[in-house]
Design a protein around this ligand. Structure first.
Ligand code: FA5
Length: 350
């Protein structure tokens, strides 16, 4: 029968060779339980035989057993360290940053195409001596309609249907609305300053629209107003021709036609020949060959009187244009709805 001493030597040999194969901390714990575990560990089990030994052998075997326990403990700790180091090494390798790789491209935001067009149009008028002013998008019935010669029940209200809001203050309930055009700012400007006036007003407008290729329910307008002594229809035409030539180039055709707006007399609409079909007629221009870009006219004498100006002394012209339609013309965009669907494939082109 092999002696306990020999069994201790064999146990050490096996334990140390097993230890070398272990690659994980969990494996290492299992190894420790197998050899040193209090209940069924191989070393404690062997030592249960110790009391059966003759007294003179016990001391020697006890020393050898303690030595083995230390060896196993040291082996365990060394292997644990090795495993931890190799895990760390792997982690470091995984997390290594290759500094020679090119960086990730950052996409830069830019101005919306409508904003770009508004700025371009505004700068043309600023160079002609116009001032840029701003006005409220939530308007009263008075400024949006009545002061512009559109009393309740006037048929012109039908084409400018919008969203209404009730505003309750000390004077009672006052109807407010989302403005349908920037023309209310004609009144507000004239109420606030004396002629000479040269202003443009860019801003959002709202209408109850069945949207199509050229109509949105939220869109922008740029209003223009010039009031002074001796302003005539020739000034209106001259100013708008100059503007159109600056913006579109001399080759684009321009057309004025009579139109009706209750707050001007006479009234006109100004159109540009269709960019898409060069005036032949297509889906974009509803087969007319022309795209209307603005309404204009001489400020109605009743409007001047309402703000306290003497129409025998002062005259003026006003115009209102849609920058989205102008953007469509300039860039060959065939549907106004692209502007506000937030599709980056569209927006990134500008
Ligand atoms: C008006 O809104 C008048 N206030 C313009 C005006 C001002 C006339 C001063 C005389 C004097 P109109 O409804 O035609 O008119 O609109 C003017 C321009 O706004 C149109 O030519 C078009 O370019 C743009 N526009 C009108 N409705 C829409 C819409 N639903 N979607 C996009 N653009 C529009």
């Amino acid at each position: 029968m092999t002696s306990i001493k020999e069994q201790l030597i064999s146990l050490e040999k096996h334990a140390m060779s097993d230890l070398k194969q272990i690659e994980t901390e969990q494996g290492l714990d299992e190894w420790r339980i197998n050899y040193q575990g209090r209940r069924n560990g191989q070393l404690p089990k062997l030592l249960e035989e110790l009391p059966k030994l003759p007294i003179e052998d016990r001391r020697e075997v006890g020393i050898a057993a303690n030595k083995l326990r230390d060896t196993l403990e040291i082996g365990y700790n060394e292997r644990l360290q090795e495993i931890k180091n190799s895990e760390l090494q792997e982690k470091l390798l995984e997390e290594t940053i290759d500094v020679s790789l090119p960086g990730r491209k950052q996409t830069l935001g830019k101005l919306h195409p409508t904003t770009q067009t508004i700025r371009e149009i505004s700068s043309i008028f600023v160079n002609l001596g116009y001032q840029i002013v701003d006005g409220p998008e939530v308007e009263s019935d008075y400024y949006n309609f009545e002061a512009l010669n559109i009393p309740p029940d006037h048929p012109a209200r039908d084409q400018w249907d919008t969203l209404w809001l009730d505003y309750n203050n000390e004077e009672g309930i006052r109807p407010l609305l989302l403005r349908t055009h920037t023309s209310p700012m004609q009144i507000r400007t004239m109420e606030n300053q004396e002629p000479p006036i040269r202003v443009i007003v860019p801003g959002r407008c709202y209408r109850h629209e069945a949207t199509d290729t050229t109509h949105e329910s939220m869109f922008f307008q740029i209003e223009g107003l010039a009031v002074d002594k001796g302003i005539t229809f020739a000034d209106l035409k001259g100013t708008l021709y100059t503007f159109a030539r600056k913006l579109f180039g001399a080759e684009r055709k321009i057309r004025f036609r009579c139109d009706f707006f209750p707050f001007v007399e006479p009234g006109v609409d100004m159109s540009i020949d269709c960019f898409s079909c060069d005036g032949i007629g297509c889906r974009v221009c509803s087969n007319t060959g022309w795209i209307e870009i603005m309404g204009a006219g001489m400020v109605h004498p009743d409007v001047l009187k309402r703000v306290g100006y003497d129409p025998d002394v002062y005259t003026g012209f006003a115009f209102g244009m849609g920058p989205e339609r102008i953007s469509m013309l300039k860039h060959g965009i065939d549907d106004i709805r692209h502007f506000y669907t937030n599709d980056l494939r569209f927006l990134e082109q500008f």
